[in-house]
Design a binder for this molecule. Structure first.
Ligand SMILES: C[S@@+](CC[C@H](N)C(=O)[O-])C[C@H]1O[C@@H](n2cnc3c(N)ncnc32)[C@H](O)[C@@H]1O
Length: 202
């Protein structure tokens, strides 16, 4: 793969844009993210009647699967103009993880898959997730740790290499305690991690 293609893909993964983003990249994200989304669902175990938020929903593959759990409210937030604008059973908003247009304690669970690589700082985003979660609510993050992401040359074009320790520390500072850790593997990416946190009851 040429350097130019790596740069193009890195930019598109960070925020799908234009016709290529809408017609090629967003649907493709659903395919390459399938195993990571399986892990997110396993960790989340969504119950009917819950209020769920996915941040950085990309092609919408996970939102469609979450809709089948019968949530009371299902919302997808993503800043890209090229991701799907309609998904049955979900409200979709154009928004960044660090500035969510929701009231405090609006959700029972927040999930975000392969998105934290695009946050220059973890604290503001995890603080925002904690704000919109109800006390006792859950946050699930699935991502590639640095040793996995480094194997793809495109990571050099703007990806943040957050370690598990970085993520756990920033979550703790936001009042989110780690409850479960799992790892998964696939073809590409070949190794990824899922973390489930719970917001304290205070
Ligand atoms: C690599 S894709 C992952 C999409 C999907 N979660 C998946 O696993 O297939 C990253 C997505 O996060 C979105 N994104 C990038 N920066 C974001 C931010 N600061 N807040 C919320 N979403 C963001 C992008 O627009 C893109 O749709």
């Amino acid at each position: 793969m040429t350097d130019r293609l790596h740069r193009f893909l890195a930019r598109q993964f960070a925020e799908p844009s234009g016709l290529a983003g809408r017609l090629v990249i967003a649907p493709w994200l659903n395919r390459i993210g399938r195993r990571l989304n399986d892990l997110a669902l396993d960790l989340l175990q969504p119950e009917p009647g819950e209020r769920l938020l996915e941040v950085g929903y990309g092609g919408g593959g996970l939102l469609k699967r979450l809709a089948r759990a019968g949530p009371a409210r299902l919302v997808g937030a993503d800043p890209s103009p090229a991701v799907p604008r309609r998904i049955a059973g979900a409200e979709l908003v154009r928004a960044e993880g660090a500035a969510l247009p929701f009231c405090d304690r609006s959700f029972d669970a927040v999930v975000s898959v392969s998105v934290l690589h695009f946050w220059p700082k973890l604290e503001p985003v995890l603080g925002e997730f904690a704000r919109v979660l109800r006390p006792g609510g859950q946050l699930v993050l699935v991502f590639e740790p640095p040793e996995a992401l480094r194997r793809w040359a495109g990571h050099r074009y703007g990806f943040q290499l957050w370690s598990e320790a970085d993520v756990v520390a920033a979550a703790a500072a936001a009042g989110l305690a780690l409850e479960e850790r799992r790892q998964g593997s696939g073809r590409k990416p070949d190794f990824f991690v899922g973390l489930r946190f719970r917001k304290g009851a205070a």
